[in-house]
Design a protein around this ligand. Sequence first.
Ligand SMILES: [Zn+2]
Ligand SMILES: [Zn+2]
Ligand SMILES: [Zn+2]
Length: 229
Amino acid sequence: MGSSDTGLNGETAVDVPLFSFRVEFSIQCPRCDMPVHLDGPVATVHCGSCRSDIDIPRDYWVDTLLGSCRKMQHMEKGGGRGSILLGTFRGDLTLTRVDPCCDRCKTEFIDPWHLEPGTSYVCRQCGIEYPLAAPPEWLRKGVPGIRLLINAVLVEEDPSLKEIPCPVPLSCPSCAATLELDGSSRVIRCSYCGDDVYVPDTIWRKYHPGGRKRRWFVISEFSNEDAEA
Ligand SMILES: [Zn+2]
Ligand SMILES: [Zn+2]
Ligand SMILES: [Zn+2]
């Protein structure tokens, strides 16, 4: 919890108590059912498996993050909650009530309650850089009290950057015929000799880079929803 009574740049700031929690979020692609990570409140996310773009409505983000803030503010530090979501999307949301820390070395951030949006935080232990972003206007309206997003993606990167050089060359180990690969199935049948070929990890991962789920943090004020209700 913040303890100093001066904010950044020496301005006098009312020291509102803040809390933070970590978010790991994925949804099931409505077209192909493969998991797609939501690494921040993006408007669109690209499914690497079927290459479709999935629109994530703002309302969905507001509902999810408002609910998350309310649950987490009552949670003991270190506590967490995983849930399978149904509704607009089938999803998987894991929240953990922890102070911001480095994803790699777990070192806690120094003074996480006075971080400045638009900059980044560099882990003093391992040097990894974490972007700090102010929540977009629409999100602040929907989720009053939300202050800062750490390591969150706000704009989905151009899917063309993620496109796989097509076709990925792979030949049948039995007859050396070229196999047709589209990333939808882990085992493909050679159309020449009929052998089933297991797609090697290195190639499979190009289609399914999902292993790197990004964990991000939300910093929020405590809300007084009981008094408002
Ligand atoms: Zn898909
Ligand atoms: Zn670190
Ligand atoms: Zn073959």
